[in-house]
Ligand binder design. Structure first.
Ligand code: SF4
Ligand code: SF4
Ligand code: SF4
Length: 577
């Protein structure tokens, strides 16, 4: 029985408050319900945009609580190299981050770098490897795709041998990325972790196409991860006077510093051109980047272009070299002026010569850095399996996968790592269930609506419980819970220090900065135990016991308040069955 109690609040207004004298558990308000709430985790837009499908929301949650072991484990589920990716990934995750619609995106890659570095300093590898399953894989090339393939294959129990043409691992990570972006110690220590986990790399092994069939004796499958190793040529008179940009980067990385002084024309608009120009600046030269379109169309990542221009490098747009001539004490480059033409079907602005308008540029050196392509011997058009990041062809009864730059259109480190992961899962499905199951399995392992697939989902991990195809939009975030907090600025070395050496430019977050930045994350789509649902439930139908939150359906009347209040869209309302 209920009664009313009259109280006397301070302002002399009387209030009537109902009070129950009996246990209200008998009032099973759940009978009113025609919809019911459900905890349903989803995909954050950052994970959807990450080529590796890393569970970023979870990483940021663990990192903000200083639980670095779990943060590292979460990254390593999908990515073997957090310290490398935290430095060189073009971080499309941040362009998709929901927080940008409130103030600024979360600095995801810097947090990943911090966690990766923590793992290296604490010699942590929280990944458990299964027993070997008896099958053996040969991998050609110890670049990002090959190393990634080896890592994920080992995690499925395959024994792996990598055959590397040179005398060191890393592929383009070591030959194409200067140390001011990726220091040797970081690169080598992350690769060493794979060696420690039993992955063998055999150096100075040059493998050609006609030798592939011989692998059948010792291996159950072969992965070709040889990368784009041939520089694309300018195809203009006097090209022989130009220095090859990729080769130059390789020499600089191996400390065989060639003497290049004075004004240097760097031809190209991709990341190689930017890396060459920034390296030349550190060697005391005056680089000028020459690009045939405008800055907007440059294929280099915008933050790399910004960094080059901030360092004082000159960019000359809409100029295409047509001739290089040897003159007394200098080289003369004839440049054709280009102008915008129509927009292609793919939406790309094309450029054509602007009549006979030409410019002459006198320089001390010319560097050609217009990109690379695969060695012709790996070319192939006939496939037994064709997937977004890898292809497979049976050669003399051996499954041979083409991976990394040999197959991907986005030639980035992160896409190459994703390619190795995809190829390994494809091989595993092929061996266990046959060709027809590959697409179906990939669909089940998809993170969001892009191409990324999750190893955790494939391995039947916790992520499998989520609604992985549903992406949390900003409209689904309860922004009232999040005050405006500007992004934490990352530490950089002083210009004087880094422009005179190949020391790393960005020094990253310290712990306090990292926690501040990770705490800005909304943790889109995952339950981070904020308890808001339980606090707001008017029926006290949400219970927390034994580290578990559950809804007492006898008392939940389906009002939906918990869902409306959830700050991060980790709950759904469903029609009663
Ligand atoms: S790998 Fe790249 S895209 Fe993925 S979370 Fe890290 S920084 Fe972002
Ligand atoms: S707020 Fe956090 S979880 Fe949400 S998109 Fe940004 S980084 Fe990802
Ligand atoms: S707030 Fe409580 S009563 Fe309302 S739907 Fe959620 S659990 Fe049910």
């Amino acid at each position: 029985m209920n009664q009313s109690i009259q109280t006397q609040p301070p302002n002399n207004v009387s209030l009537l408050i109902s009070q129950s004298r009996t246990n209200t558990l008998g009032n099973k308000t759940g009978t009113w319900r025609f919809v019911r709430p459900k905890y349903q985790e989803k995909t954050a837009p950052c994970s959807n945009a990450c080529p590796l499908g890393i569970d970023v929301a979870m990483v940021e949650m663990f990192a903000s609580r200083k639980n670095y072991q779990n943060a590292l484990h979460t990254i390593l589920m999908e990515n073997p190299f957090p310290a490398i990716c935290g430095r060189v990934c073009f971080h499309p995750c941040e362009s998709a981050c929901n927080r940008q619609f409130l103030d600024q995106s979360v600095g995801i890659h810097q947090i990943e770098r911090f966690v990766g570095d923590w793992g290296l300093s604490n010699q942590q590898s929280p990944i458990q490897y299964p027993e070997l399953n008896g099958a053996k894989i040969g991998i050609i090339g110890a670049g990002p795709a090959g190393l990634s393939a080896a890592y994920f294959a080992r995690r499925l129990g395959y024994q792996c041998d990598i055959f590397e043409k040179t005398n060191q691992p890393g592929g383009l990570l070591i030959s194409g990325i200067p140390s001011y972006r990726l220091p040797d110690r970081i690169l080598m220590n992350e690769i060493q972790r794979l060696n420690d986990d039993g992955i063998q790399i055999k150096y100075n092994q040059s493998i050609s196409m006609d030798k592939l069939a011989t692998f059948k004796q010792d291996y159950d499958a072969l992965f070709l991860c040889c990368g784009d190793t041939r520089s694309i040529t300018l195809k203009i008179p006097g090209e022989n006077l130009a220095i090859d940009g990729l080769n130059l980067l390789r020499q600089i990385r191996s400390h065989e510093m060639p003497s290049i002084e004075g004004t240097v024309a760097v031809i190209g608009g991709g990341n190689t051109a930017i890396d060459v120009a920034r390296s030349l600046l550190r060697m005391g030269a005056n680089p000028i980047i020459i690009y045939r379109r405008t800055r907007k169309e440059m294929p280099a990542h915008p933050h790399e272009i910004d960094a080059a221009l901030d360092e004082g490098i000159t960019l000359k747009e809409c100029l295409s070299p047509i001739h290089i001539q040897d003159e007394t004490n200098c080289l003369c480059v004839t440049l054709q002026v280009m102008k915008a033409s129509e927009i292609s079907n793919e939406g790309r602005q094309s450029y054509i010569p602007d009549g006979n308008r030409r410019e002459k540029l006198q320089v001390n050196h010319v560097i050609s850095a217009i990109g690379a392509e695969m060695d012709m011997m790996w070319r192939n058009d006939q496939w037994d399996i064709s997937l977004s990041h890898c292809r497979m062809k049976q050669i003399s009864g051996l499954s041979v996968f083409w991976c990394g730059d040999l197959t991907i259109s986005d030639k980035t480190v992160t896409h190459a790592l994703a390619s190795g992961k995809q190829a390994v899962i494809a091989l595993d499905v092929l061996r266990k269930h046959g060709n027809d199951e590959i697409h179906k399995t990939f669909h089940q392992c998809k993170v969001g609506n892009g191409q990324a697939i999750s190893f955790d989902i494939y391995a039947q991990g916790k992520r499998k419980q989520r609604n992985n195809n549903e992406i949390v939009s900003f409209e689904k975030i309860n922004a009232a819970y999040f005050p405006n907090i500007p992004a934490v600025q990352v530490n950089k070395q002083s210009q004087e220090a880094y422009l005179n050496s190949f020391e790393e430019v960005i020094s990253g977050f310290d712990e306090k900065q990292m926690i501040g930045e990770a705490s800005r994350c909304f943790n889109c789509g995952i339950c981070n135990d904020c308890d808001t649902c339980r606090i707001f439930c008017p029926e006290m139908a949400i219970q927390w016991d034994q580290n578990n939150r559950h809804i007492l359906m006898d008392y939940c009347k389906g009002c939906g308040i918990c869902i409306a209040e959830c700050p991060r869209d980790a709950m759904n309302l469903e029609v009663e069955p």
